[in-house]
Design a binder for this molecule. Structure first.
Ligand code: SF4
Ligand code: SF4
Length: 211
């Protein structure tokens, strides 16, 4: 399969890398898949999840981790992938599997949505993140695992802090509420991606506006 046939929405992230030569925003975005970015994301998530799992098991509530695992499956495979990822340029690649720097390997049950994330989706996303990050803590506290709760809380803080500083500041899913890419870079990316730009304009976006 050629790279072109793999890119039905003509998103520059999925064009041949040779077309990035001369791009004025090259290096300012995580706009091409990179294993280092994916591994960094996973390492930061596990720095929170591993102490949380250890603490919950030590506290005698290990079986309740099945509920967390089920939520993670539903959230990343069905819910979050619709309200967040389906709007992302990485999602626009042809095929049923997501190849991106965070949710790599997830099944793409939904179609690509080039328009920005809506307010209702943002609210759902915040609720989902609260459940995702908060789930282990009641069990850590009920089990008396205060030290592990502190380590997990620190891991969760570091996860979001590094995510916001090093990923959200360069992430191509610009309409996410955590996204911190400068407006001028967003404008330039959209100028290179007509399908996205048209969908954004139809939603009221204007180049040169405020973020
Ligand atoms: S914005 Fe598009 S064209 Fe520019 S470097 Fe990134 S993927 Fe390449
Ligand atoms: S929003 Fe993040 S996790 Fe979702 S497809 Fe884009 S890069 Fe991947």
């Amino acid at each position: 399969m050629t790279e072109e046939s793999n890119n039905p929405y003509d998103i520059c992230t999925w064009r041949p890398a040779s077309e990035c030569e001369g791009c004025s925003i090259a290096g300012q975005l995580k706009c091409r898949f990179n294993w280092g970015d994916l591994l960094h994301f996973m390492a930061m998530f596990f720095a929170f999840a591993i102490p949380a799992v250890i603490g919950v098991i030590r506290g005698g509530y290990g079986w309740y981790l099945l509920g967390w695992a089920a939520f993670l499956m539903i959230f990343f495979q069905l819910w979050e992938i619709r309200i967040l990822c389906s709007h992302c340029p990485y999602y626009a690649e042809k095929g049923r599997t997501l190849h991106c720097i965070a949710n790599y390997g997830s099944f793409k049950a939904w179609k690509y949505h080039p328009e920005p994330i809506s307010k209702a989706e943002t609210i759902q996303l915040i609720i989902g993140f609260i459940i995702l990050g908060g789930y282990p803590f009641p069990f850590l506290l009920l089990g008396g695992q205060f030290a592990w709760a502190l380590v997990a809380a620190w891991g969760l803080f570091l996860f979001f802090w590094t995510l916001r500083k090093y990923t959200c500041s360069q992430c191509v899913n610009f309409s996410c509420f955590l996204n911190a890419v400068p407006q001028q870079v967003v404008d330039e990316y959209l100028a290179r991606n007509p399908v996205m730009r048209e969908a954004w304009e139809a939603s009221g976006w204007q180049a040169g506006g405020e973020r």
